[in-house]
Design a protein around this ligand. Structure first.
Ligand SMILES: NC(=O)CC[C@H](N)C(=O)O
Length: 240
């Protein structure tokens, strides 16, 4: 049997907005429902990380002040983290984490935080916050191609020449409200503005991350409740 699943949850204390921790719960639960062992390693500022045990990495969003608290420590992790990503370990980085996976993030008050530069993206402040339900269509190998979530960010993210968008915006703002892109993907690392929590109502994305982490096809699960939530967000967004 595949597994165990060992998720590294980075900075859960500072980086956990709008239910982001629910992504970790969804990953663990869908692995356990399939009879696998699942473990979560939480790592904060200054902690040692057993990188060779980790097969999936998660980091959630955060307010500017919290991003500033962890940005230097995140740089400390850059080399081993990028090494794992280059070996195909999947990562989901939401909002504030997505911004710090890029080259730089300029906060609302003009402070420049360095990113680890794994994604060829950079983020600068907008004049308003982008807030609301989001519906996008991704080119990831999942059916349906729809992803749903909730965004709340001041930053506007721009894709550099080597960055591939995660998805095209159908409803909402996405990366910058202008070029129609949402998030980015490099290898098995996904950066996205979608909170929500994202994974509980996008079970196809959850299973894609699990299959990458465990390097195996997964047995199907009854996900009717999850799809009901997914469809509800699509309907609500269309009515706005
Ligand atoms: N939701 C978030 O993670 C916010 C990220 C960042 N502080 C911004 O406002 O753009």
């Amino acid at each position: 049997m595949a597994g165990p699943l060992t998720i590294l949850h980075l900075y859960p204390e500072q980086m956990n907005l709008y239910g982001d921790r629910g992504n970790v719960l969804a990953l663990v639960q869908r692995a356990r429902w399939r009879g696998m062992t699942a473990e979560v390693i939480s790592a904060g500022v200054g902690d040692d990380i057993p990188w060779d045990r980790v097969n999936l990495i998660f980091m959630g969003g955060g307010e500017d002040t919290h991003q500033a608290q962890i940005a230097d420590d995140f740089l400390r992790l850059a080399d081993p983290l990028i090494d794992r990503l280059n070996h195909g370990v999947p990562m989901l980085a939401i909002c504030g984490a997505y911004q710090l996976m890029g080259k730089r993030y300029v906060t609302a008050d003009g402070r420049q935080l360095p990113g680890i530069g794994y994604f060829d993206v950079w983020t600068e402040p907008g004049t308003t916050r982008a807030i609301g339900d989001v519906v996008v269509e991704t080119e990831l190998p999942i059916v349906p191609v729809t992803l749903v979530g909730f965004e709340n960010h001041g930053g506007r993210t721009h894709l550099g020449p080597s960055a591939q968008p995660l998805a095209r915006v159908k409803l909402g703002q996405g990366n910058n409200g202008q070029d129609g892109t949402e998030g980015t993907i490099r290898g098995h690392a996904i950066g996205t503005y979608l909170h929500g929590s994202l994974l509980p109502k996008n079970p196809h994305l959850t299973d894609l991350l699990l299959s990458w982490a465990l390097n195996t096809d997964l047995s199907p699960l009854d996900s009717e409740t999850e799809w009901e939530a997914h469809r509800m967000i699509v309907a609500r967004a269309q009515n706005h």
